[in-house]
Design a protein around this ligand. Structure first.
Ligand SMILES: *Cc1c(COP(=O)(O)O)cnc(C)c1O
Length: 451
């Protein structure tokens, strides 16, 4: 269990939790005052410590505090912040050329990232990829491609799903606040069916939930009208919901039997986050299309749609793209990031993190009955908090724990439709002692909050 401990991946930042001021400190508070004057109030900040450096498992703020990073900027810096492989690739590329627009005069990095995606994503069929700037943009393009290929319009998504904040992806996203409130009207021909949420499905198994969803599609939409079914193999913003075994596969099989393009949204779960390159592999599902972003490029903005050649090539030339999509600097970052994942057995690291965290969280659940469920895979793990002895979500407790962790130098995140899920997304470069320390702080947070 020391494999991650003795490799801090060449960051020269001391791998320690060390607070030298209150959180946030005076410099961060001054910057936050300027933020309030300069930045739209619509852009919220969870923890206003202003970060100046980051790497391994720590974030250093403007006051010199060193905090443990249990969020990876929402599953983005999977290979560690400022990973040397990423930095080297970016520095070289930015000195050579910063942009030409791939659709005008191309460059090789774009093609190489697509080759890597085609090789690494599930299935050994012929594939093609297209690159974009953000996860939401990738999901929108997956819908465009599926509609062009099937010549159908309806798009099916599931409860608790999250797919982004653009107009089409707001329609695809389940949760109202904060994502959709006052931003309608939303795009038409989007239909939501049940997901599998084992903790809250009253004993119904994955295949039974799939049957309910499929009946809804058949009776209320008509399978022949459906262009795409879009599902996250593990739901991220919905609450790290791991569907019951068989649900994801049954939905994929139904799509295949009915000429529907099955899209796995792996923007949060992909790129070794769950201990597999892609979480779809866990149930041996080979999606027709797969959307990726977040962990793909070590923090540079990049996203992709990858899928069956005949589907991806069904779009007319010029139908896909965008000025910045597949920017050369972002592509260089992705190639560095992917190389690091391959050379450092990133999936094994994710599994080590799971092996360390699960028993610790289970032991906490014995002592704190507010922990109703522990779930996730690899370095994508969460606990769902309830009022003890009930199924009632306890969002206040999640907020209190979060506050305690932040004040004590651990950057943690909450999530979930009910705001009651406490999630862990450490970078795979997190040293083991720091991970243990972070869990110790969480334990103390429970101690304080439930006393
Ligand atoms: C974050 C996320 C998105 C949106 O990605 P952005 O880069 O924020 O546009 C879409 N789908 C899933 C599953 C995500 O986690």
């Amino acid at each position: 269990m020391t494999a991650t401990a003795d490799r801090t991946d060449a960051t020269d930042l001391p791998q320690v939790r060390r607070l030298v001021t209150e959180i946030p400190g005076p410099r961060s508070r001054a910057l936050q005052m300027r933020k309030l004057e300069a930045v739209s109030a619509g852009v919220g900040v969870m923890l206003p410590i202003y970060v100046v450096r980051a790497g391994g498992g720590v974030l250093i703020d403007a006051d010199g505090n060193s905090l443990i990073d249990m969020g990876s900027g929402i599953a983005v810096t999977t290979v560690g912040n400022a990973n040397p492989e990423v930095v080297a690739g970016v520095q070289q590329q930015v000195a050579d050329l910063t942009h030409t627009c791939f659709m005008v005069t191309p460059y090789s990095g774009y093609v190489e990232v697509c080759e890597a995606l085609n090789r690494l994503t599930p299935g050994d069929h012929e594939k093609r990829s297209a690159l974009f700037n953000s996860g939401a943009e990738a999901v929108e393009n997956a819908v465009k491609i599926a509609r062009a290929y099937t010549k159908r319009q309806a798009v099916v998504v599931v409860e608790h799903g999250y797919h982004g904040r653009t107009n089409l992806t707001m329609a695809l996203t389940a949760k109202n606040m904060p994502y959709k409130q006052s931003f309608g009207p939303f795009a038409p021909e989007v239909y939501r069916v049940p997901t599998s949420y084992p903790f809250r499905d009253r004993g119904l198994k994955g295949p039974e939930m799939a049957q309910i969803a499929i009946t809804r599609i058949e009776k209320e939409i008509g399978a022949t009208n459906v262009a795409a079914i879009i599902i996250e193999p593990i739901q991220g913003e919905g609450g790290f919901i791991v569907p019951g075994d068989g649900y994801f596969k049954a939905m994929a099989d139904f799509a295949q039997a009915n000429g529907i393009v099955f899209v796995a949204d792996e923007i949060q779960s992909g790129f070794c986050r769950t201990g597999d390159w892609f979480a779809s592999e866990y149930e041996d599902v080979v999606p027709d299309l797969i959307t990726t972003a977040k962990g793909i490029a070590g923090g540079m903005p990049l996203a992709a749609v990858t899928g069956r050649a005949e589907i991806m090539d069904s779009v007319h030339a010029g139908g896909l793209g965008g000025t910045y999509g597949g920017n050369p600097v972002a592509c260089a970052a992705a190639l560095g990031s992917i190389r690091w994942m391959e050379e450092n057995d990133a999936n094994a690291r994710a599994k080590q993190i799971e092996a360390l965290m699960m028993p610790r969280l289970k032991a906490m659940a014995e002592r704190y009955p507010a922990i109703g469920d522990i779930r996730g895979r690899g370095a994508m793990i969460a606990i769902e908090l309830v009022k003890p002895g009930t199924m009632d979500p306890d969002a206040d407790l999640a907020a209190a724990l979060n506050k305690h962790c932040h004040a004590n130098g651990v950057v943690t995140l909450t999530t979930g439709t009910y705001g009651n899920v406490f999630r862990f997304l450490p970078p795979l470069t997190m040293p083991v002692p720091l991970l243990e320390e972070a869990l110790g702080v969480l334990d103390q947070a429970f101690e304080d909050a439930t006393r």
